[in-house]
Design a protein. Sequence first.
Length: 475
Amino acid sequence: MTNDNIQTNAFLGKNEIRAQFSQAMSAMYKEEVPAYGELMDLVADVNAASLEQDKDLRDQLTHTDGLDRITEERHGAIRVGTEKELFTLRRLFAIMGMEPVSYYDLSVAGIPVHSTAFRPVDEDDLNQNPFRIFTSLLRLELIEDEALRAAAQEVLDNREIFTIAALNLIDRAEAQGGLNAEDATQFVTEALETFRWHSKANIDKELYNRLHDEHRLIADIVSFHGPHINHLTPRTLDIDAVQVGMPQRGIDPKAVIEGPPQRKCPILLRQTSFKALEEKVFFKQADGKWEEGSHTARFGEIEQRGIALTPKGRTLYDELLDKTRAGVRAGEGIYEDLLVESFAAFPDTYEELRTEGLAFFRYSLTEKGVEISRSVGVSGTVDGLLEAGILRMDPIVYEDFLPVSAAGIFQSNLGDGGAEIVYSNPSQAAFEKALGAEILDELALYAELEQASLTRCLEKLSEKSLPSQEASEAA
């Protein structure tokens, strides 16, 4: 991957287009959901306090070029209804340097969708603007009611979620290899229309209720003109402080923070949110008039990102999560307490996480290492170079999502009503066919980042390669 900040042939860089789109999306959502603006203010206050109180955290973020991105960081989420819609979205996001990373099967949580996350993958691009869109595709084949499935399919087949101008600009960008500044500005404006909220439904209330009774998410995807953005998530450095602060600002949070418990060394992802809004909508009637109703879908989410885990770390994470849930089912205690007890088995220092191969790290030379690289050079194992103060390690931020956490957020915000349907039928191959591209493996991306950082350091130290066993352990 190459950084495209330098303009070529008068094309605007993908990072700049993505930044413009992210800012436009945030402004639109703040207008549509006023509580989002209050949430952003709370997160900004908490982050400022965290950086003031934790000098090590500030140093870590500064050293890894991660400090400036915190205030700009967002992820959004949308849900589309057809393969054609997903295919076009992949083309649209590519113009902004966003690629599909990871496959998420939410059917295991009773949600008839599967998903990917569109995001930048190059390290420099992530630091420029790490905007992500978690994108779900409805799986109508999982609905057993044939008549309902057919009715939903007909509605979806007869809608177009992209403006003509947006489609034309996508074609132009692909044909010429990019967009100039004027076209990019229009592209952002036109693309934003796909994600805008529409209060008028495409269907009548009777069909809406049938879809809603099958699953609230199906009603949300099928009933409207397009895949309105259903949340836009800022990143906080202290999610527990945000959870406490929400009620103090008149925001009603969900009861439990999703993901791992509070730790000294955060891992993966923790999420919380304020509850979904009940919004006024209007349904078509046979006489052409509109019937008032309500719909619940959009909510405010907050995330705290920790270190990316290796396959070994992910296995341990899953085991401890399963142990917690089993304890809850057995009546051994409440979820939050059992979660803390279970995760006591997960090492909570960066040194332990590294030596046990549980997490990914970025390596760089210390001042001492830089001085040595300018003079005599040095060789040795990673352990030895770290111990000698020649190498420095910093956590690689987890840039992706937890399928179970996402499902928990969806379920807690969409409510407890509706049918208790359990779907479980993952199909990454079918998703990739609809997408028109292969999905990137996030674990491979983190491993490449770690190895690249280590290789750079060793080359600077004139250590061109480690013995094979040491190199294997380092990776």
